[in-house]
Ligand binder design. Structure first.
Ligand code: NAD
Length: 341
């Protein structure tokens, strides 16, 4: 196996159940003895095991950065279930996956990412105490945090932090993208959307008739104020930079930039990039709160999400004074936290 994304990870677990054609990677990037590592689980088709392993490595690393800047003591982790679409019974797969999580005895706390629903997590909590995200809707908190982050971005670029009348493009209408759409719909100007699933577009169009669906290959080229990547990784690659016409990139997807240099190019082009793991940390903030048994109500979480605003303000300020891309500033701040505390 090729450990391309390896970054001195603490542990990487590999589980194989040939009778079910089920393979799982759980990567733990950082943790402290008394604190577990957090990271949701994704279930999807991968071209091969290397691709799945490197996704787990890359995402678990990002979770360490996310946790540090969210002001949490937890390390970063990620679970990846290789799904080939041939499992006869998803609930059997989920039961076995929750057994695997139990084997780690609480070092790894997880919930739903791409390909898993809240109902799936509910099912697994029956067999394991190490699943979170059932008392609240983490994706809703993720979307709420993104809106707060977008307001900071708008203030930075336009002088006023209001959604009203600004134009948006949302890439991906899954759990996070659809919730984000719902939160901005009544205030925003034109909202363009794209999804590889025509079903997702239809659902969104029924709920929010004024949205404008565009082909997936065009969503990032539009002349809009805010581009919100809410699908999978690498929403922005080097060759896309020349075609971007937005003023701000701020969305829910993890690992939005193809590499760090893409962040430099956005900075040089004058496009404000809200580092993904900062602006999308609302879900983590809410599940950590749930894990600590503090979850009271949505108002309580909403207050906690204000933290995202102050971190973004610090990043934007340092980016200007240091003449450094926002992704680099965020990484420095996070590394400073988990290397020195
Ligand atoms: P999801 O699986 O519910 O939604 C993803 C959506 O993206 C799907 O509708 C899918 O059809 C669509 N999609 C895939 N490829 C696309 C493409 N090329 N163009 C347009 N649409 C495409 O997943 P989610 O939970 O909404 O997560 C979305 C992203 O946000 C992921 O990167 C995830 O890691 C990240 N994220 C999620 C949460 C959360 O609370 N769920 C928290 C933080 C970060």
């Amino acid at each position: 196996m090729v450990f391309k994304e390896y970054d001195k990870h603490r542990s990487v677990f590999y589980f194989d159940r040939p009778s079910l054609n089920l393979k799982v990677f759980i990567a733990i990037h950082r943790n402290k003895t008394i604190f577990p590592s957090f990271g949701a689980t994704r279930m999807m088709m991968y071209a091969n095991e290397d691709e799945a392993l490197n996704d787990a490595l890359r995402l678990s690393r990002l979770m360490s950065y996310k946790s540090a800047l969210a002001g949490l003591n937890y390390g970063g982790a990620k679970g990846v279930i290789l799904f080939d679409g041939n499992h006869p019974d998803k609930s059997e797969v989920l039961k076995i996956y929750s057994d695997m999580v139990n084997e780690l005895k609480g070092k790894f706390i997880t919930g739903a990412d791409v390909g898993l629903s809240q109902e799936d997590v509910q099912l697994m909590t029956r067999n394991s105490p190490y699943f979170v995200g059932t008392k609240n809707k983490p994706e809703k908190c993720t979307a709420l945090g993104i809106v707060k982050g977008i307001e900071v971005c708008l203030k930075q670029v336009f002088g006023k932090g209001f959604i009203s009348d600004h134009t948006f493009a949302i890439q991906g209408l899954g759990k996070v993208g659809l919730d984000l759409l719902g939160l901005i719909y009544n205030q925003a100007g034109k909202i363009y959307v794209s999804d590889i699933s025509s079903e997702k577009i239809e659902v969104a169009k029924n709920l929010y008739p004024n949205i404008v669906p565009v082909p997936v290959e065009d969503i990032f080229k539009l002349e809009i104020d805010v581009f919100c990547p809410c699908a999978l990784a690498h929403a922005i690659s080097p060759k896309m930079i020349a075609e971007l016409k937005c003023k701000i990139v701020a969305g829910g997807a993890n690992n939005q930039l193809f590499n760090q240099e893409v962040g430099d190019a956005l900075f040089s082009k004058g496009i404000l990039y809200a580092p993904d793991y900062v602006i999308n940390s609302g879900g983590l903030i809410s599940v950590a709160d749930e894990y600590e048994n503090r979850f009271k109500n949505e108002n309580h979480i909403e207050k906690k999400l204000e933290h995202i605003k102050s971190v973004l303000e610090t990043i934007f300020e340092q980016s200007q004074t240091q003449n450094l891309a926002t992704n680099r500033v965020a990484d420095r701040l996070a590394e400073d936290i988990f290397n020195n505390h």
